[in-house]
Design a protein around this ligand. Structure first.
Ligand SMILES: NC(=O)c1ccc[n+]([C@@H]2O[C@H](COP(=O)([O-])OP(=O)(O)OC[C@H]3O[C@@H](n4cnc5c(N)ncnc54)[C@H](O)[C@@H]3O)[C@@H](O)[C@H]2O)c1
Ligand SMILES: [Zn+2]
Length: 366
């Protein structure tokens, strides 16, 4: 078992990465000295595969768990579902010492975390992320929340989990497209913070695509350690945490203008990162040979590196970018990189350069 510590004073916790952790959920929770009653929150796809094992393990360790299942998909990140969960928790008389287990991908994690943050003004929760994206990104850092009609993640809270269990076996069941989408975030960590990780990804890509736990274990642990370190120094997004948004300004805008559903998040930020590297070449002297390597790695991972949008669509993408939350004082700030392994947030870029890069990347056949 690999363990990564998230250093947040009183709110510190551990991330454990290993095969077969769902079956050990009960014993892991017993060490946390929590009350006996707990809810396992999951979605239909994940519950079908893993809920039984999670519940059995909790019972064997002396807990009294019950299961709440929500429909799979982003739609479940809603206030209606939040209310539904609160009602269930109240009906089962959860108490202050009770806890919630989030068993699923980022949707379940964000939802369960927010329910935990608000039930009885805050109870404990344990993350058991079952997608690659959730294991390396959403389960770490304490951002929880749900969507409104007006936009994604507009209602939320910072609420840190008390434990994160990344079970490598769960990834074997993940649909191929979801898995590759998660790899876009993995590659991101290499680009923003760790040239060694990046080389490791280049070298071990076949093992990664085969989801070999021996190859994946150290890589997922490294990604979690990078995020943990950044979150540990900037729990509430003061500035540093923004480097995690590398490729996301253009990626989010692409998700918005193409309608959610056209691209998975990881696919959109793959294109967004290729664009950010192009901007970095022009603005910060990112080496051309390294730019080539990043594009190739995304391609080898089966991720898109270009899109074909007409002029009108590119214009609305540019406008969507201006709406991005990272806009400060009317100007879009980008996270850019000086080279593989070193990214800087808060970079201003001339509009003419942005247009040039958007045209280069978003007007050709992918
Ligand atoms: N809190 C954060 O810091 C943070 C960071 C990044 C993303 N997010 C959020 O995460 C969400 C996306 O997360 P996601 O990509 O994990 O999506 P998801 O939770 O919707 O999971 C993707 C799909 O895979 C299924 N699935 C999950 N695990 C499986 C498994 N082991 N085997 C088979 N199928 C499985 C799910 O049922 C779903 O259909 C978004 O809502 C996003 O806003 C949050
Ligand atoms: Zn992301």
């Amino acid at each position: 078992v690999r363990t990564v510590a998230v250093p947040l004073g009183q709110r510190s916790y551990r991330i454990k990465i290993a095969p077969n952790l769902v079956a050990r959920l009960g014993e892991e929770c017993r060490r946390l000295k929590l009350g006996p009653r707990c809810a396992v929150l999951s979605d239909t796809h994940v519950a079908r595969r893993f809920a039984k094992s999670a519940l059995t393990s909790l019972k064997r360790a002396g807990f009294e768990p019950f299961l709440i299942t929500v429909p799979a998909g982003e739609k479940s990140k809603s206030l209606v579902t939040v209310q539904h969960c609160h009602d269930k928790l109240a009906a089962h008389r959860l108490e202050r010492g009770s806890f919630i287990v989030a068993l699923g991908g980022g949707v379940v994690g964000d939802l369960a975390g927010f329910v935990a943050a608000t039930h009885l003004r805050g109870i404990a929760y344990v993350q058991v992320p079952t997608t690659l994206l959730a294991q390396v990104d959403s389960s770490v850092g304490g951002k929880t929340g749900v969507n409104l009609k007006a936009g994604k993640n507009l209602v939320g809270a910072f609420h840190q989990p008390c434990l994160v269990l990344c079970d490598l076996d769960t990834l074997m069941m993940l649909p191929e497209r979801e898995y590759r989408s998660g790899l876009a975030e993995v590659i991101k960590y290499g680009i923003i913070r760790d040239a060694t990780l990046f080389r490791q990804l280049e070298r071990n890509l076949p093992g990664i695509l085969a989801r070999d736990p021996k190859v994946l274990g150290p890589i997922i642990a490294r990604c979690c350690a990078i995020k943990a370190k950044i979150v540990g120094r900037d729990e509430r997004e003061g500035g540093l945490r923004a480097v995690l948004n590398f490729g996301h300004t253009i990626g989010h805008a692409l998700e918005t203008v193409s309608g959610y559903g056209r691209y998975l998040h990881g696919e959109a930020i793959s294109i967004g990162q290729v664009a950010a590297v192009r901007l970095s070449e022009a603005a910060l002297g990112f080496p051309a040979a390294q730019a080539q390597r990043t594009t190739e790695l995304f391609q080898r991972a089966g991720l898109p590196v270009a899109a074909q949008l007409n002029l009108a669509a590119r214009r609305s993408l540019f406008n969507a970018m201006q709406q991005d939350k990272k806009v400060r004082g009317g100007r879009v700030r980008f996270v850019l990189a000086r080279r593989i392994g070193s990214a800087l947030p808060g970079q201003e870029v001339a509009d003419s350069l942005i247009h040039r890069v958007l045209e280069a990347i978003l007007s050709r056949k992918p």
